[in-house]
Design a protein around this ligand. Structure first.
Ligand code: ATP
Length: 343
């Protein structure tokens, strides 16, 4: 493979990995994974504890080396040109750069120094970013006194001093309360609006669903599935149309007519299996019309990302990276019980 140092164009991939491998001793953490992240998008690597998410981030951000794989970040070959990669990226997350002993502002100025900004430029950049991340008031206080959300915001602000085009966010909202989490989500959306590519690792399905253009589910060292949230949800059967009745007689009539449906006699509801596509819905509605069934409420349920995640990782114990099996794409029915166990 050639090792050109041509920077990426706007149409190229911000991150490209082929056959990425990493083992620690005889433990294979990444077993030959492929990743393709178009510039200006949010890509989420989703996986349970110990799946290898941080390892992937560390490799792609040049902190540790891979055992094998063709890796390009920001258009640069990771092995041949790690300095160029470093200049193009920012990393925040579990290994935070925030120094608790000094103030938020001092942390920012230190970063400005590291990026060789002039004193006045450093001050201006620090002030702007502190303002943007709502930290101006706390700027003169030691970072150790900041809340978890403030520390994460400061960490991202520090990363942005170098104007990176690609940002790795390793579990950016782990441990944050719901308000701080939503603030962080908005920050991430704003970064992408500004043209930045975000590589996000998370254990939270909801977070990937909210933010990511594409999601890869990492399980047992491999990418178990990759696609948009909607594409991943379509992998798992379990979608249905739910009809609710208020009149028991109407419910009984419908239950008799719709033999394919599963009924709940107490709730007066019927569930008809459906992938939720427009065509399927139309035929269900036609069928209901023909049978003269009029439900009081009709709702369409599609599997959520939780269903996908637990089906693909096939692991009821998320604290173990080796338990469970990877052959779970056939395991269509994800018992609710195993989801609860895994939480
Ligand atoms: N330096 C190391 N030496 C040996 N094993 C390691 C090392 N770093 C990570 N591991 C192991 O590699 C596996 C993947 O770890 P990694 O931190 O990448 O997972 P993760 O998906 O980021 O998990 P978490 O969500 O818990 O952060 C784990 O089993 C971990 O114990």
């Amino acid at each position: 493979m050639t090792t050109t140092t041509t920077p990426k164009t706007s149409h190229s991939l911000a991150i490209a990995a082929r056959g990425l491998r990493k083992s620690y001793g005889d433990k294979t953490v990444l077993d030959g994974i492929d990743l393709a992240v178009p510039a200006g998008t949010v890509f989420s690597l989703l996986g349970p504890n110990g799946a290898g998410k941080t390892t992937a981030v560390k490799i792609l951000s040049t902190l540790i080396s891979a055992d094998a794989g063709e890796l390009r970040v920001g258009g640069y070959d990771l092995a041949a040109d790690p300095q160029a990669v470093r200049a193009a990226i920012g990393v925040t997350g579990q290994f935070s750069a925030v120094d608790g002993l000094i103030t938020g502002e001092e942390n920012m100025l230190l970063m400005a120094d590291l990026h060789h900004l002039s004193r006045s430029e450093g001050r201006r950049t620090a002030a702007e970013l502190l303002e943007r991340f709502d930290l101006t008031e706390a700027a003169k206080k030691p970072a150790s006194t900041y809340s978890g959300g403030m520390k994460r915001r400061l960490d991202i602000a520090m990363t942005l001093v170098g104007s990176p085009r690609i940002i790795f966010l390793d579990e950016p909202t782990t441990g944050l309360d719901p308000r701080a989490r939503h603030t962080m989500w908005q920050i991430i959306r704003d970064l992408v609006t500004g043209g930045v590519t975000v590589f996000l690792t998370t254990q939270y399905l909801e977070e990937a669903d909210e933010l990511a253009d594409r999601i890869a589910v990492l399980s047992n060292g491999r990418i178990a599935a990759e696609g948009t949230a909607e594409e991943l949800k379509r992998l798992i059967p379990g979608g249905h149309v739910r009809l609710r009745f208020t009149d028991p007689a109407a419910y009984q009539g419908a239950a008799t007519a719709l033999r394919e449906a599963t009924g709940d006699d107490e709730a007066l509801t019927l569930q008809i299996p459906s992938g939720g596509s427009q065509r399927e819905l139309r035929s269900i509605l036609d069928w209901l019309d023909t049978a003269g069934i009029e439900a009081d409420e009709l709702t369409v349920h599609t599997p959520d990302l939780d269903d996908v995640f637990f089906a693909l990782t096939g692991d009821t114990d998320t604290t173990s990276s080796t338990a469970g099996t990877a052959n779970t794409t056939n395991n269509a029915n994800v018992p609710t019980q195993s989801k609860e166990n895994a939480r």
